[in-house]
Design a protein around this ligand. Structure first.
Ligand code: M6R
Length: 609
C-alpha cells in the first residue's frame, strides 16, 4: 500500500509534494521520492528510508517547477532500495510514474520492451509503465490515446500518477483497483492515493471510480472513462478531520484494517491462482519440491502462531505430511530435532520478531531450508529465509493483528492444498473445488462485514464481564485461540481459549451463572461433540454466544446469541469465523473506553526477546 501524491498549479511543487507525503507517513513505507518538471526536464530525487532521508537529499536545494509527483513505497516487487524507490522513469527520462498496486503481467511486458531495446533500472513491476507510455508517445500518439493504449496493456491493480515532459501543463491520474483522488483548489490541483494528503490545501475532491483517468491541469480537471469518454463527476466535500481522514474515515486503524480484509484476501490470492492452478514458484515451491516434502515445522509468535495452528491441521489433513508446531520462544530452547530435509516455515507479519528470527537462524544452522511467510518485503526474516511467500495485506498499523492473520492463513492453505495435490492426495475435482471456494472468500468476508451491529450489541452487553471463554474443536479451536487473544490484548478482559473437550479436565470449574462462553461452531465432523460441550457449560449457567454458518443446524436453544458467517468449506471456516470475533473484541475495547490501536504494554513489532 504505497502513497501517491501530485501537484500542478501556481506554487512551487516540491515543498507541496513533501508536505503531502508527510501526511501519508502513518501508512508505513520503506522509501520515498519525488519528480518535479523543471525547465531542464524531469528532476528526480528518491531514496530508501524515511522522508527525513529524502529531506536530507533535498537539503542542498529543492528542484524548481510547478508540477510534480511523489511517492512513499511499501515494497512489493524488488527490495527496498534507492533504485526501486518511485518515481520511475522511461529510459529517456521523459515520463515519470508513481504507482500503487501490482502489475501482474509486468514480466511479459518487460521482456517485450527489452526486446525493443528498453533498458530497465529497477526490479519493480512499475517501471514497465513509463517505458510503455514513452513508446506510444514516441510513436506519435497524442497523450490520451497513448495513455489508453498503455493502460489497456496492464493487468492487475493500479493507481498511477504520471508526469510527462511533452505535456508540461498536465498531470495524469489513473485508477483501477487502488484508490486515487483529485483535490481541487484555487491555486492548483492535487492528486493523492488518500484524502489526508490533500487536506491541508483543500476539502474539495473528485473520488475517481474504477477505470477512470484524470487529466489534471493547474486550473481545471478533465475526467475520462477507461474507454476515453468524458465523465461528468460531482465534487465531494470532505467533512472529516485530518486525524480521522488518515484512518480513511474509520475511528481506528484496527477497524479500518478489519474492513480491509476482503481486499487483503483478494490481493494475496489472486496473483497465486492462474488457470485453475495454485502457483507458488515465486517462493521456490515448485511441484517437484513440494512433492518431496516429508515433514513440515511451523514456527511463529502470537497471532502468527495461531495461523500456524490452522496451517498444521490443513497440511496434515490434506497432504498427510506430519507437521510440528511451536511458538518461537519455546522452540529454540528445547534443542529441537530438525532434519535438513524438513521444510521449516516461519510466519511473521513484521518479519522482525526476535524469537521468530532466532528460530529461523537455528533451523538454517541445522541445515534446513526455511520458508518465510511475511508481510514486509525486505524485512530481516524475508532476507535471511531461503524462500519467501509474501502476504499482500498492505501495512498493518494497529498493534492487534487482523488482516495479516487472514492472509497468513491463506498462504498456509495455498501451501497445504498444492502440496496435497502434487503428492496425489487430492483428486482434480476436490482441488478445483477448493480453488473455487477460495475465490469466493473475499465476497464472503465482505458479507460478514455488512453490519457490525450484532457484535457491537454483544460487546455492550458483555464488556464488563471479568472472564470470557472461547471454545471449539479442530479448526474452531485454532480460531478460538486467535479470537481470545484479540479480546484480551485490546479490551483487557481475561480470556482463555479451550479445545472444548478439555473443559471438563479443569476449566469448567470456572463456569458459573452468567459467564459468557463463545463457541465457534463450524466443523460439521465434530458438531455433536461440540454441542455436548455447550450443554455442559449451559448447565452451569454460562451464557453461550455461537459463531456459526447462517444455515447451520444448531440444536434449538443451544445458543443464547448467534453471530452468523456465510457457509464455506469447513476447512476455510477460520478465515470467516475470526471476523466477528475481531469486531467483538474491538467493540469491547471501545465500550470499556480503551484505544484499541494502542493496547497497554504491547508493541507492533517485538524485536527483543
Ligand atoms: O510481526 P509478527 O507476526 O512476527 O508478530 C508476532 C506477534 O507479536 C503478533 O502476532 C502479536 O501477537 C499480535 N500483534 C497480536 O495481535
Amino acid at each position: 500500500m504505497c502513497g501517491i501524491v501530485g501537484y500542478i498549479g501556481n506554487e512551487q511543487a516540491a515543498p507541496i509534494l513533501m508536505e503531502e507525503l508527510a501526511r501519508l507517513e502513518y501508512r508505513g513505507y520503506d522509501s520515498a521520492g519525488i519528480a518535479v518538471l523543471s525547465e531542464e526536464g524531469i528532476c528526480l530525487t528518491k531514496t530508501r528510508g524515511k522522508l527525513q532521508a529524502l529531506r536530507n537529499k533535498l537539503a542542498a536545494g529543492m528542484p524548481k517547477g510547478y508540477s510534480g509527483i511523489g511517492h512513499t513505497r511499501w515494497a512489493t516487487h524488488g527490495a527496498p532500495s534507492d533504485v526501486n524507490a518511485h518515481p520511475h522513469l522511461d529510459q529517456k527520462g521523459q515520463v515519470a510514474v508513481v504507482h500503487n498496486g501490482i502489475i501482474e503481467n509486468y514480466q511479459a511486458l518487460r521482456k517485450e520492451l527489452q526486446a525493443k531495446g528498453c533498458v530497465f533500472q529497477s526490479q519493480t513491476d512499475t517501471e514497465v509503465v513509463p517505458q510503455l507510455l514513452a513508446q506510444f508517445l514516441q510513436a506519435g500518439e497524442a497523450l490520451l490515446p497513448a495513455l489508453l493504449k498503455t493502460l489497456d496493456r496492464l493487468r492487475g491493480a493500479y493507481a498511477l500518477g504520471i508526469l510527462v515532459q511533452e505535456a508540461p501543463d498536465c498531470l495524469i491520474a489513473a485508477r483501477k483497483g487502488s484508490p486515487l483522488v483529485v483535490g481541487v483548489a484555487d491555486t492548483g490541483n492535487y492528486i493523492a492515493s488518500d484524502i489526508p494528503a490533500v487536506l491541508p490545501y483543500t476539502r474539495r475532491v473528485y473520488l475517481l471510480d474504477e477505470g477512470e483517468i484524470a487529466l489534471v491541469y493547474g486550473d481545471h480537471v478533465e475526467i475520462y472513462s477507461e474507454w476515453g469518454e468524458r465523465v461528468d463527476k460531482k465534487i465531494y466535500e470532505v467533512t472529516w478531520s485530518v486525524d480521522a481522514a488518515e484512518r480513511g474515515g474509520y475511528d481506528h486503524f484496527m477497524l479500518k484494517e478489519i474492513f480491509e480484509q476482503p481486499k487483503a484476501i483478494r490481493d494475496t490470492l489472486q496473483p497465486r491462482i492462474r488457470q485453475g492452478r495454485i502457483r507458488l514458484e515465486e517462493a521456490g515451491l515448485t511441484e517437484e519440491y513440494l512433492a518431496g516434502v516429508q515433514r513440515v515445522v511451523l514456527i511463529a509468535c502470537g497471532t502468527a502462531s495461531h495461523a500456524c495452528m490452522v496451517g498444521r491441521v490443513a497440511i496434515e489433513q490434506l497432504a498427510r505430511v506430519p507437521v510440528e508446531w511451536d511458538v518461537a520462544s519455546e522452540f529454540r530452547y528445547r534443542n529441537p530435532i530438525l532434519y535438513p530435509e524438513d521444510l521449516l516455515i516461519v510466519v511473521s507479519q513484521s518479519g522482525e520478531t526476535a524469537d521468530t528470527l532466532a528460530a529461523l537462524r537455528l533451523a538454517r544452522e541445522k541445515g534446513c531450508k526455511v520458508l518465510a511467510i511475511t508481510n514486509v518485503v525486505g524485512s530481516t526474516i524475508a532476507r535471511e529465509a531461503d524462500r519467501v511467500l509474501y502476504t499482500w495485506a498492505g501495512p498493518e498499523i494497529a498493534v492487534a493483528s487482523t488482516k495479516a492473520y487472514l492472509t497468513q492463513l491463506l498462504c498456509l492453505y495455498l501451501v497445504a492444498i498444492e502440496m496435497a495435490y502434487v503428492k496425489g492426495k487430492l483428486s482434480d475435482e476436490t482441488y478445483a473445488r477448493y480453488i473455487q471456494e477460495l475465490e469466493t472468500l473475499p465476497d464472503k468476508a465482505q458479507t460478514v462485514l455488512t453490519s457490525t451491529e450484532p457484535e457491537h450489541a454483544l460487546a455492550k452487553r458483555f464488556c464488563h464481564c471479568r472472564d470470557i471463554f472461547f471454545i471449539g474443536r479442530g479448526l474452531d479451536y485454532a480460531a478460538a485461540m486467535e479470537a481470545s487473544l484479540k479480546l484480551k490484548e485490546i479490551s483487557y478482559i481475561h480470556s482463555e481459549a479451550m479445545a472444548s473437550g478439555e473443559l471438563k479436565h479443569g476449566t469448567i470449574a470456572l463456569i458459573e451463572e452468567g459467564v459468557p462462553v463463545v463457541a465457534l461452531s463450524t466443523q460439521g465432523q465434530v458438531a455433536e461433540k461440540l454441542h455436548s460441550n455447550i450443554r455442559e457449560v449451559k448447565a452451569r449457567g454460562a451464557v453461550v454466544i455461537c459463531i456459526a454458518y447462517g444455515d447451520s443446524s444448531l440444536e434449538d436453544g443451544i445458543a443464547d446469541h448467534l453471530l452468523y458467517i456465510p457457509r464455506t468449506d469447513d476447512l476455510f471456516a477460520p478465515l470467516l469465523s475470526v471476523i466477528p470475533a475481531q469486531l467483538f473484541a474491538y467493540y469491547c475495547a471501545i465500550e470499556r473506553g480503551y484505544d484499541p490501536d494502542k493496547p497497554r504494554n504491547l508493541a507492533k513489532s517485538v524485536t527483543v526477546e
